[in-house]
Design a protein around this ligand. Structure first.
Ligand code: RFL
Ligand code: PHB
Length: 394
């Protein structure tokens, strides 16, 4: 067994683990990041695209915002389409100039891996059999194997940034953890297409046939999603069927429609809400998807992960600076409060914009009324806008 020591052991090199590692580096705190998958898989995984204002500000403050500034697309508004009409919500005007930036999660991860490697601090891909030990003691440890060699890292603290299917949350005794869960009776089929975006902002659409979303990744790549059944199979979705549905659900009477082009990536994502309470057990702190999952409709998952690790890094910095544990003790309570706000918003966006097969006609009319009210009420649009561009991190 090869033994090493660090201050903070980080499990997972997704956005949560990588941002945490870099924030800790900025505070002069040592960490080891351990990732189960290979580097290529981590960088190429197609996921989120919307960064809140607070996430953008954080990445700049961390010194990893150069490419984001050049290639990220700032959006001041979003569009809601229903009943054949498209309505723009001017988020910047409603929130005192705050906006979102469209920049792929894989690009964020690529920038963070480069920044981590430039620090020379450890980041290991392809590790197996990760397990966490003695987390209720002052000397927790992480064990893993790499290339057949067993390792142990002794830590002061462990950050569980290993996503929803990781090992950290399940290592907490079930009697010490409550999981709040909600499943939705639909999923998203997402595609990337070589097609210049036909609009410079996102369009969220409610249609009789279900939800659809128009987004983008660059001036030549469109990202699109459509609601499908949770047990649906990609084999049921040849490209022509995908375009037929997208065009039907997204086109509006003003003649707008997404541009069509060759599809080069497809995937089906289930929709779920989960909150693990508490987000801390002894010296093990959960952050990001390891602690909570939101349905993607509110575009909150990556941003919640960023807010969690910003709070955790700030709390660890206070601890190492002068032994002050107050922020560490408050980590879970503060994180859960913000996570529940994001859950509430994501649930509301999801239930307002999707069609459940078994929804009675009453619910369909209520959904239309909800949207119809929203787009003519400054109060309602302001509530959507302030949540969408992101609530304060603290
Ligand atoms: P991640 O990204 O899942 O990273 C966890 C990492 O831990 C590794 N891991 C392990 N490593 C070592 N040992 C083990 N035993 C391990 N088990 C797991 C994994 O390989 C992985 O590298 O979690 P993190 O860092 O918390 O980040 C969360 C975000 O990835 C997630 O919330 C977002 O992608 C959600 N999401 C969106 N969020 C947004 O903020 N805006 C969006 O527009 C948005 N759109 C989306 C999304 C997620 C989607 N999918 C596919 C789920 C759109 C989609 C389609
Ligand atoms: C994306 O561009 O991938 C995206 C945009 C908005 C969402 C979810 C995903 O709500």
């Amino acid at each position: 067994m090869q033994t090493s020591r660090t201050q903070v052991g980080i499990v997972g090199a997704g956005p949560a683990g990588l941002i945490l590692g870099h924030l800790l580096h900025g505070h002069g705190i040592d960490s080891v990041i351990l990732e189960r998958r290979d580097r290529h898989h981590v960088i190429e995984r197609v996921r989120a695209g919307v960064l809140e204002q607070g996430t953008v500000d954080l990445l700049h403050a961390m010194g990893v915002g150069d490419r984001l500034a050049r290639e990220g697309m700032r959006h001041d508004g979003i569009h809601l389409a229903f009943g054949g009409e498209r309505h723009r919500i001017d988020m910047a005007a409603l929130t005192g100039g705050r906006a979102i930036t469209v920049y792929g999660q894989n690009e964020v991860v690529k920038d963070l891996i480069a920044a981590r490697e430039a620090t020379g601090r450890p980041l290991s891909f392809d590790v197996d059999d990760v397990s966490v030990h003695d987390v209720t003691s002052s000397r927790p440890s992480i064990r893993y194997s790499r290339d057949g060699v067993a390792h142990e890292v002794q830590c002061d603290f462990i950050a569980g940034c290993d996503g929803f299917h990781g090992v950290c949350r399940p290592s907490i005794p079930t009697e010490a953890l409550t999981l709040y869960t909600r499943d939705y009776p639909f999923a998203w089929l997402g595609i990337l297409a070589h097609a210049a975006p036909s609009l410079d902002e996102l369009v969220y659409a409610l249609h009789d046939r279900g939800f659809a979303l128009f987004s983008m990744r660059s001036s030549s790549v469109t990202r699109l999603y459509l609601q499908c059944a949770p047990d649906d199979d990609l084999a049921n979705w040849p490209d022509d069927r995908i375009w037929d549905e997208l065009l039907m659900r997204l086109s509006t009477r003003d003649g707008w429609r997404p541009a069509v082009g060759p599809i080069f990536q497809k995937g089906i994502t289930p929709m779920r809400s989960v909150v693990a309470d508490p987000m801390q057990y002894g010296r093990l702190f959960l952050a990001g998807d390891a602690a909570h999952i939101v349905p993607p409709t509110g575009a909150k998952g990556l941003n919640l992960a960023a807010a969690d690790v910003w709070r955790l890094a700030t709390a660890l910095a206070a601890y190492y600076a002068d032994g002050d544990e107050r922020d560490l003790q408050a980590y879970s309570t503060r994180g859960l409060r913000r996570a529940w706000w994001a859950q509430r918003f994501s649930w509301w966006m999801t239930s307002t914009l999707h069609r459940a097969d078994d929804a009675p006609p009453f619910d369909r009319r209520r959904q239309q009324a909800e949207l119809d009210y929203l787009v003519q009420s400054t109060a309602a649009m302001t509530s959507l806008a302030e949540n969408y561009v992101g609530l304060p991190f603290a």
